[in-house]
Design a binder for this molecule. Structure first.
Ligand SMILES: [Zn+2]
Length: 305
C-alpha cells in the first residue's frame, strides 16, 4: 500500500480507517481520540519506530507540545503535551498536531520537534512550513470535512453552532471557527483581540475577494470603539450579537457581530458576518474596480508581539 505524503492525504487516510472501525463496532467516532490512534496505527504500520508514549509533562510555558525520539535510541517516539494546559480542546489539537509531525516530518527531524503556541497559530507561511502542515493535518483529522459539512448544513451562523462544533470535535472555539471560515461560502471574519487591540484576524475567501480583511501590521490596530468587542458591555447579549450599521467594522456595509468576551484576561473573540452579496463595487468609484489582489494568507494572520 502506498502511504500518503501530504497533510490532507494523511488525515483522510486515517479518517477512513477510524470511520470504518467505529462503524464496525457501532461506536461514535467523535471526538476523535488521538492517543490510541497514534499508538495503534504507528505500531502496526511503522513497527520499527512506533509511538509508545502519549502524555502530559511539565514543559516551559511557551511550549504547547513536542514530538520526541526515545532517549535510549530504541527508535520509539513520544508525543508530549504541556500539562499546564487545561483546555481539553487545546490538548487534543496539540496531540493531533504532533501526530502530524510524526507522520510527515520525523525523518527530517530525527531529534524531535518542539512546538510553541505561535507555531500552533501558524497556518500558512513560507517560514515554518512544517508547522502549517501539522496544523492542517490536525484540523482535517479532528474535523473531517464530510462530517463538518453535515453539521453546518442548513444551520444559521451563530456562536451556538460554533460551540457545538468545538464540543463535537473537542477543539478550541477558535479552531472550529477557523475551520468553518475555510469552507464557508459566507463573507465572514474572526477577530481576536487583547487589551483593546487586534491580535489577529482571518477572513473567509469570499470576504477577502471583496477586499475586506485586516492586514498584518507592524503597528497595533485598535478595536473599533463602537464594536461589541470594543464596548465590552456585560449587560449586552454579546454572544447573540447585534447588526451594526456600515462604518463600525471595515467595509462600507452593515455587519453582524457576535462576540465572546473574556473578563479574566481582557480578551475577546468576534465573529463578523457580512451580507451574502458584496455591494456592487463597479459603481463605488474609481479605484474600487480593481481585480482582487493575490493575498498571502499569512498576511492577514499574525500574532501581535
Ligand atoms: Zn509543531
Amino acid at each position: 500500500m502506498t502511504l500518503p505524503t501530504t497533510p490532507e492525504g494523511w488525515a483522510i487516510h486515517l479518517s477512513k480507517l477510524i470511520k470504518a472501525f467505529h462503524a464496525a463496532h457501532g461506536l461514535n467516532r467523535f471526538p476523535i481520540k488521538v492517543a490510541p490512534i497514534a499508538t495503534e496505527y504507528s505500531r502496526q504500520v511503522f513497527p520499527e519506530s512506533p509511538i509508545t508514549l502519549v502524555e502530559g509533562l511539565a514543559l516551559s510555558e511557551k511550549f504547547e507540545g513536542m514530538l520526541m525520539p526515545a532517549p535510549d535510541g530504541s527508535g520509539e517516539w513520544g508525543i508530549i503535551y504541556n500539562k499546564a494546559i487545561t483546555s481539553k480542546g487545546r490538548i487534543n489539537f496539540t496531540l493531533a498536531h504532533e501526530l502530524g509531525h510524526y507522520l510527515l516530518h520525523r525523518t527530517l527531524s530525527p531529534d524531535g520537534i518542539r512546538c510553541t503556541g505561535r507555531d500552533m497559530a501558524n497556518w500558512k507561511s513560507e517560514f515554518g512550513q512544517t508547522e502549517a502542515q501539522a496544523n492542517t493535518f490536525a484540523s482535517y483529522l479532528l474535523m473531517p470535512l464530510d462530517d463538518f459539512r453535515e453539521q453546518v448544513k442548513g444551520e444559521d451562523v451563530s456562536m451556538d453552532l460554533m460551540f457545538h462544533l468545538a464540543d463535537r470535535y473537542a477543539v478550541s472555539l477558535t479552531a472550529a471557527i477557523l475551520k468553518w471560515l475555510q469552507i464557508t461560502n459566507k463573507r465572514a471574519m474572526i477577530v481576536v483581540a487583547h487589551d483593546g487591540f487586534i491580535d489577529w484576524s482571518w477572513s473567509s475567501d469570499r470576504l477577502i475577494k471583496s477586499g475586506i480583511f485586516y492586514r498584518a501590521r507592524q503597528q497595533t490596530t485598535a478595536l473599533p470603539e463602537r464594536s461589541l468587542a470594543g464596548l465590552r458591555d456585560a449587560s449586552i447579549d454579546n454572544l447573540t450579537g447585534t447588526v451594526h450599521p456600515a462604518g463600525i467594522w471595515p467595509g462600507d456595509e452593515e455587519v453582524r457581530e457576535m462576540t465572546l468576551i473574556s473578563q479574566k484576561n481582557e480578551s475577546s473573540l468576534s465573529l463578523l458576518v457580512y451580507p451574502d452579496d458584496a455591494p456592487d463595487r463597479r459603481f463605488a468609484g474609481a479605484g474600487d474596480c480593481d481585480e482582487p489582489r493575490e493575498w498571502d494568507t499569512y498576511d492577514q494572520f499574525r500574532w501581535r508581539g
